[in-house]
Design a protein around this ligand. Structure first.
Ligand SMILES: Nc1nc2c(c(=O)[nH]1)N[C@H]1C(S)=C(S)[C@@H](COP(=O)(O)O)O[C@H]1N2
Ligand SMILES: [Mo]
Length: 329
């Protein structure tokens, strides 16, 4: 076993867009430069004072046998661990940026099964540890750009998604792959109310899923994933807006038709299927030309220009050759 858990702890899609989700996104834009950001800077500062800002807590350290180093993101400065684990989007635990850290302790991450179904030769229910047992874990330092115009650099631990998907032998009918997050209101308090039609859903075109950049992540900062970051297993798709990087995955389905994601269901005019980072295509309610790179606070706003495909053009531009990226946003 590669992972040891050290210590551990409705509305339908045609109803109007979820007001509370809207509100939350709008409120977020309003506080930009305000108190919330001072807070994340405060966390970074506390982490810097407490020793190594890139180290997870003692109880979580070194659960993996081997993590291969890669060149991805060498030279980038990762966000302090405390920032990456205290400023999150994970609506299953609430809409506030600090809700996931406060409320995700109730998530049981072992044992964890993933159901694989649809257009593939190998389908069924698999234990996560069996899926990753023979896989080689890699560290990849990636930029994560949220559609809300903030970003951070995170050192992930994971397996190329292609390596995992190939094991299930998708058939020629598998044109897309669809993912679902756990749906369990007992463990996920955010699912007890609100108007998102749970579970959280996402999808990729097959060639996107097979792109070498796509990572199935089981860890961060050399350790396991924190619950608020999507434990025990999530996607990381660094050329796409953060919402495509679905957390706490329990279902993988190979399909013929383009699946509908949670954000497409909520606001199809604002969140498309592709959701590639693109400074030329503004969100209907705000610009995507710039981003706040966290840690960022009132005194150090740290605003940088957003890059096409979040700077990963070389790796992924071919996937979209000839496509109108304004239409296919
Ligand atoms: N299941 C689920 N996955 C999710 C989300 C969510 O609310 N639920 N939020 C997304 C968004 S909007 C972002 S920006 C990233 C944030 O990842 P992080 O908290 O690890 O930085 O997770 C994505 N994955
Ligand atoms: Mo996001």
């Amino acid at each position: 076993m590669l992972i040891k858990n050290k210590k551990r702890s409705d509305c339908s899609e045609n109803e109007v867009t979820d007001q509370s989700v809207y509100l939350n996104r709008r409120q977020f834009m309003k506080v930009t430069g305000g108190a919330a950001l001072g807070l994340s800077f405060g966390n970074a500062f506390a982490a810097l004072q407490s020793g190594n800002p890139l180290a997870p807590p003692q109880a979580l350290q070194n659960p993996f046998q081997n993590i291969a180093e890669t060149t991805y993101g060498k030279g980038e400065t990762p966000a302090p661990y405390d920032v990456a684990t205290s400023y999150n989007n994970f609506y299953e635990f609430g809409y506030g940026k600090d809700d996931p850290a406060k409320k995700s302790g109730s998530l049981e991450t072992r044992p964890w099964s993933i159901t694989v179904e649809g257009e593939a030769e190998v389908t069924g229910v698999f234990d996560l540890d069996d899926i990753i047992k023979e896989a080689a874990l890699e560290e990849r330092i990636y930029r994560l750009r949220c559609v809300e115009a903030w970003s951070m650099v995170i050192p992930w631990v994971g397996i190329p998604l292609a390596d995992v998907l190939k094991k299930f032998k998708p058939t020629s009918k598998a044109k897309y792959v669809y993912f679902e997050t756990l749906h369990d209101p007992k463990q996920m308090p955010g699912q007890r109310g609100g108007s998102i039609d749970w579970p959280y859903r996402e999808g990729l075109r097959m060639d996107e899923a097979m792109n070498p950049l796509a990572l199935l992540s089981v860890g961060m900062y050399g350790s396991i994933l924190s619950n608020q970051n999507g434990a025990p297993v999530r996607l990381v798709l660094p050329w796409k807006y953060g919402f495509k990087s679905i957390k706490s995955i329990v279902k993988i389905r190979f399909v013929e038709k383009m699946p509908t994601s949670t954000w497409m269901m909520l606001a199809p005019n604002e969140y498309g299927f592709y959701a590639n980072v693109n400074p030329e295509v503004d969100h209907p309610r705000w610009s995507q030309k710039e981003e706040r790179r966290l840690p960022s606070g009132v005194l150090f706003p740290n605003v940088i220009e957003t890059e096409m495909f979040n700077g990963y053009q070389e790796e992924v531009a071919d996937l979209y050759a000839g496509m109108d990226l304004k239409k296919n946003f």
